[in-house]
Design a protein around this ligand. Structure first.
Ligand code: SF4
Ligand code: SF4
Length: 368
């Protein structure tokens, strides 16, 4: 199987915010824009893969709304043309801080079926600790306005919540805020950073993240929140044979690729974007050629080798050693957290089953 998710950074790491915990090592001094020509080249390369029939384009940043609508408009028309020619399906989603959202963007998103995800770390006082404009003003109010604007026009908004030392102690307040904003699908991403040539983890101590997720799950079970954690979907999906679809659970980083504004290709946006980790550039190589290089093969092999470390773990099939960029000495930094959470899911499932067994009269007729 080839690459079916492309994380595209149409303005590189350029952003209108200056979040204190931003994972990018050294913010660019100016905004660099991907050309339409490069955007089309990326579309060509992804559609050209013989063994891929569905492609997800994830527009990321930095802040992708710093690229004008006219850019996306051209690229989306081109995707449509390629899809008609090849019969392959595709989808676009955008990860945006929503602070630049206006009616024109909303209209454009609706017209093009764009899936919107924003970044929100909880209520104002928690969100604004880290997520602010260069003048230090917190971004919460602008995000809230963006969410309302999108929802008024019928667009669903999902969210990523970065879990850091600042908010890990407040699962109830965070869920309450997402409920207030009518956002149910939230990915809780542990805070990380890139420094020089490596991804640095993290501000959370082992166990803190797992406990946080367990609490959110409890709130959901008790009917106190509508926020679902994706870990539960991935775990349950795995137990009943559904295909898991999030890389940090499937262990398939090799289905992903990250492409910067200039066409530089990396394995992921969590990878430091520098020469050490760059596989090459799409101006001079095809995607297929880059995935055949010794450097790329080495990357895939190292991920597979690290998974061997976990083979005896009872949760291996659901976890696969977590995100490959968040490993320390080959093991997922949040290994303990996953074990806490997965064993908790198991307990809840067993409790439900034994409760149902007790109440099921068809079971009782076989007893003396
Ligand atoms: S490095 Fe982590 S986030 Fe990136 S593709 Fe791999 S598992 Fe996913
Ligand atoms: S829970 Fe830990 S040991 Fe088990 S697969 Fe995940 S990272 Fe590996």
């Amino acid at each position: 199987m080839g690459i079916n998710v492309a994380i595209i950074k149409p303005v590189g790491n350029g952003c209108n915010l200056q979040c204190k915990y931003c994972y990018v090592d050294g913010k660019p001094s100016k905004i660099e824009h991907m050309t339409i020509q490069m955007g089309k080249r990326i579309v060509d390369e992804l559609f050209a893969q013989e063994d891929v029939n569905e492609i997800e384009f994830l527009w990321h940043g930095g802040e992708p709304l710093l690229q004008p609508i006219s850019f996306y408009s051209e690229i989306f028309k081109y995707q449509n043309k390629k899809s008609n020619e090849t019969g392959k399906k595709y989808e676009n989603s955008i990860q945006t801080n929503l602070t630049l959202l206006n009616d024109d963007w909303i209209e454009f998103f609706i017209k093009n079926n764009i899936i919107i995800s924003t970044s929100l770390d909880g209520p104002r006082e928690l969100h604004n600790i880290n997520r602010c404009f260069p003048n230090h003003e917190g971004a919460f109010d602008r995000v809230q306005k963006g969410v309302a604007l999108a929802q008024e026009r019928g667009c669903k908004v999902n969210a990523l919540c970065v879990v850091s030392k600042s908010n890990v102690g407040f699962p109830e307040a965070i869920c309450e805020e997402f409920d207030n904003l009518n956002i149910n699908h939230v990915g809780f991403l542990p805070c990380y950073k890139t420094e020089n040539d490596r991804t640095v983890i993290p501000s959370l101590s082992p166990g803190e993240y797992g406990l946080f997720l367990t609490k959110v799950f409890d709130l959901y079970l008790q009917g106190k929140t509508n926020v679902k954690i994706r870990e539960m979907d991935q775990f349950l999906g795995g137990t009943i044979g559904f295909q898991q679809d999030i890389c940090s659970f499937t262990g398939h980083c090799d289905h992903f690729i990250c492409i910067d504004y200039a066409g530089d290709v990396f394995s992921c946006d969590t990878t430091p974007q520098n020469d050490i980790h760059r596989f090459g550039n799409l101006q001079t190589s095809s995607l297929l050629a880059l995935t055949k290089t010794a450097k790329y093969s080495c990357f895939v092999k190292s991920i597979q080798d690290e998974q061997l470390l976990c083979k005896s773990c009872p949760y291996f099939e659901y976890c696969h050693n977590g995100c490959s960029n968040m490993r320390v000495n080959g093991r997922y930094y949040y290994c303990e957290d996953r074990k806490i959470l997965f064993s908790y899911f198991e307990k809840v499932i067993k409790d439900v089953l034994s409760e149902e067994g007790k109440n099921d009269s068809s079971n009782r007729c076989f007893t003396v």
